[in-house]
Design a protein around this ligand. Structure first.
Ligand SMILES: N[C@@H](CCC(=O)N[C@@H](CS)C(=O)NCC(=O)O)C(=O)O
Length: 307
């Protein structure tokens, strides 16, 4: 049994990105199913308040956000690489497109399509999270065609990219495949006309079948109480320290970290044990599980000094 534990739920599109990476790397992992809506009582002791899905746990180290999770998986399990042909660096930039404007447009389509068939509590929670306090389902429905036109143009780029290629980077699957696949998976499964919409992209749908064939590696179901016990019995990996002179942040500083671009995701407080241009890790102590270290990416996250 591997030491990778993923806290997620099957319907989560963003998690599908990580599940594909676990498939590319053919890894064993523990699968803890968390609630789709807060409260998430067995997740909060691990993250210190971060509520988004998925979260990866390895012992008493907790990785928030797919960017941070995938970077850590690549570090611990470098083969096969997510960057075949030497595609490091800019491949992460693809994620700022797929997880930013493209995900927003995809969510607009899925929301508008579901309309009032979406359960009230889910609509209220995700409406606030993704659209902010001015969330207005009727306004989103009025612009649904526009959102589909935007989606069509951008899925068209993916379609062009895989014309004559097995995967986005060539013969072997890599990070851009996982980054693009989860949105195609989301549209196919959750937009009522998804299969019809996707059928216009011949190359993309053939590629989609290839990525689907990769699978998710080897998950084993795990109870959340067992994951908490693992965190309690483990010691976090020692932080590598570091300083960020540009931001005036140093190892030992008390800070709060929160994602930008969503509304109402609480900031996580802790003491910096590791910081560089890509990652910040905070030490925290929780009554139920003792010492944990919570890792976040720098891109897409705001760090605020406390006191
Ligand atoms: N930037 C985050 C986005 C995560 C995200 O928005 N996940 C969705 C699920 S697909 C979510 O957290 N929804 C609210 C929830 O699960 O409580 C990441 O890459 O992990």
């Amino acid at each position: 049994m591997s030491d990778i534990i993923l806290h997620h739920y099957p319907q989560s599109p963003v998690t599908e990105k990580v599940r594909v990476v676990l498939g590319i790397k053919d890894l064993d992992w523990g699968s803890v199913i968390i609630p789709r809506l807060p409260p998430k009582p067995d997740l909060m002791p691990l993250t210190g308040g971060y509520r988004l899905t998925p979260v990866m746990q390895i012992g008493a180290d907790v990785y928030c956000d797919t960017q941070c999770i995938i970077r850590e998986l690549e570090r611990r399990h470098p083969k096969p690489t997510l960057f075949p042909g030497g595609a490091e660096g800019m491949a992460w930039g693809v994620g700022r497109w797929t997880d930013g404007p493209l995900l927003s447009t995809t969510i607009e389509v899925v929301f508008a399509d579901a309309g009032d068939a979406m359960p009230d509590d889910f609509q209220a929670d995700r409406g606030m999270l993704y659209f902010g306090p001015d969330f207005d389902m009727k306004a989103i429905q009025r612009t649904m065609t526009e959102a589909l036109v935007q989606l069509r143009a951008q899925f068209g780029w993916m379609d062009e990219r895989v014309a004559g290629r097995n995967f986005m980077l060539g013969d072997a699957p890599g990070l851009p495949d996982a980054l693009c696949y989860y949105l195609v998976w989301f549209i196919r499964g959750r937009y009522s006309k998804g299969p019809e919409f996707l059928s216009q992209f011949k190359h993309l749908t053939e590629w989609e079948r290839r990525v689907d064939g990769i699978g998710h590696g080897h998950p084993t179901e795990m109870a959340s109480a067992d994951a908490l016990a693992i965190a309690r019995d483990a010691t976090p990996a020692p932080g590598a320290g570091g300083d960020d002179d540009l931001a005036g942040l140093h190892t030992g500083d008390a800070v709060a970290v929160e994602p930008t671009g969503v509304t109402g995701c609480p900031a996580v407080s802790g003491t910096i044990v590791q910081i560089d241009n890509q990652e910040i890790a905070l030490a925290r102590t929780e009554e139920a599980i003792g010492d944990v270290v919570v890792h976040f990416p720098r891109a897409g996250y705001r760090v605020t000094k406390q006191n």
